[in-house]
Design a protein around this ligand. Structure first.
Ligand SMILES: N=CN[C@@H](CCC(=O)O)C(=O)O
Length: 345
């Protein structure tokens, strides 16, 4: 099982940590997986509530005709998390830094595929389903160990394994809330970053789905019609919240949480929702980072939440000066999720 992972050791983690005498950073205190053998046993032995896993791929984004770069986000994200202070507010001892999903071979294969040809797209979609299988296998073990995974992508294709892996080990089906300009409910035309929720729902691995802040101009007629007519699906638009101001951001999030939280649910955040940070599908208009942080806080405060996924940040598309902002953006969202979740269970 561990061969599906690049497991991080302390020297590697500390090489991403700026160490200062007299201070303790999360990179120095976060738990690491320290023994081989059965992954569920090893996870349980860590005695943590949260496990961080990176997914260094952008195959699903490319398979959706998008811009590559999300595969490189894990490193600035790791740096951001490692350089948070371990203090009264956040302790490394409560979280495990598991490592990164091993998709190196799939990324090499993807680099040979030409996304401008039908054959290349078909190949990328087939490779995306292999990423699904690997992440699904690892997440099932994390859920089995009763640990709350925090998944840092990577593309939004990974919503699918996040959701269906739960069904592999539980008798229940997850619902999901997603802060995202795009519903990612495109046709089942082969796996990619724009159809994870559709595949999960059609296959019985997603119960209720609520999207907060859809951008009205960037979701197709058929997809919006689908969202309007299926009683398991619900959405609010960015324009209703921020332009026409028919409802507040808080109301939209709380209504969506009420809809999905009758049972266990996952928390999805596509960084495309926030303008001016490097992402796969960038937008000049959207929610502030503070709103995104509040969203994570509200969602993770619900006892029924079972995972947090932060995706589509694109270090590969970032100018150097924007990398620290991407690091700190992801680190703050991870910390907000942990603080909210920790305080309620
Ligand atoms: N996960 C993102 N999905 C978007 C991408 C849009 C874009 O690349 O411009 C979608 O399919 O609509």
């Amino acid at each position: 099982m561990q061969n599906l992972l690049h497991i991080f050791d302390r020297p590697f983690v500390e090489s991403h940590t700026s160490i200062r005498e007299g201070e303790h950073k999360i990179g120095q205190t976060i738990a690491l997986l320290d023994h081989e053998g059965d992954l569920v046993d090893a996870l349980r032995d860590c005695n943590v509530k949260f496990a961080l896993i990176f997914v260094p791929e952008d195959i699903g984004v490319r398979a959706n005709l998008g811009r590559p770069g999300a595969s490189k986000t894990w490193e600035p994200a790791l740096r951001g998390i490692c350089n948070l202070q371990d203090n009264y507010y956040l302790s490394g001892a409560e979280m495990l830094l598991l490592g990164a999903l091993d998709v190196d071979d799939l990324m090499n294969e993807a680099d040979k595929a030409d996304a401008s040809t039908p054959e290349g797209i078909a190949k990328l979609r087939e490779l995306t389903s292999q990423v699904d299988d690997r992440l699904r296998t690892i997440l099932a073990q994390i859920y089995k160990a009763d640990i709350f995974p925090i998944i840092i992508g990577g593309g939004h294709n990974n919503s699918y394994p996040n959701l269906v892996s739960w069904c592999d080990v539980h008798d229940s089906v997850l619902s999901c809330i997603n802060l995202d300009p795009h519903a990612d409910y495109r046709n089942m035309e082969g796996r990619h970053s724009g159809n994870g929720f559709r595949y999960a729902h059609e296959e019985g691995g997603l119960d209720r789905y609520a999207v907060v802040g859809l951008h009205e101009g960037y979701n197709s007629r058929s997809m919006v019609d689908e969202l309007r007519h299926d009683p398991d699906l619900r959405y609010s638009t960015f324009e209703d919240i921020a332009v026409r101001r028919i409802q507040t951001f808080e109301q939209a999030v709380v209504d969506s949480l009420d809809f999905v939280s009758e049972g266990p649910f996952g928390i999805e955040l596509d960084l495309d929702a926030i303008p001016r940070i490097p992402v796969s599908a960038s937008t000049p208009t959207g929610f502030s980072l503070e709103q995104a942080r509040h969203y994570v806080h509200l969602a993770a405060s619900r006892p029924e939440s079972v995972y947090l996924h932060i995706c589509e940040g694109s270090a590969g598309l970032a100018e150097d000066r924007l990398l620290p902002e991407l690091s700190k953006t992801i680190a703050s969202l991870v910390a907000d999720g942990i603080k909210a979740k920790r305080n309620i269970d």
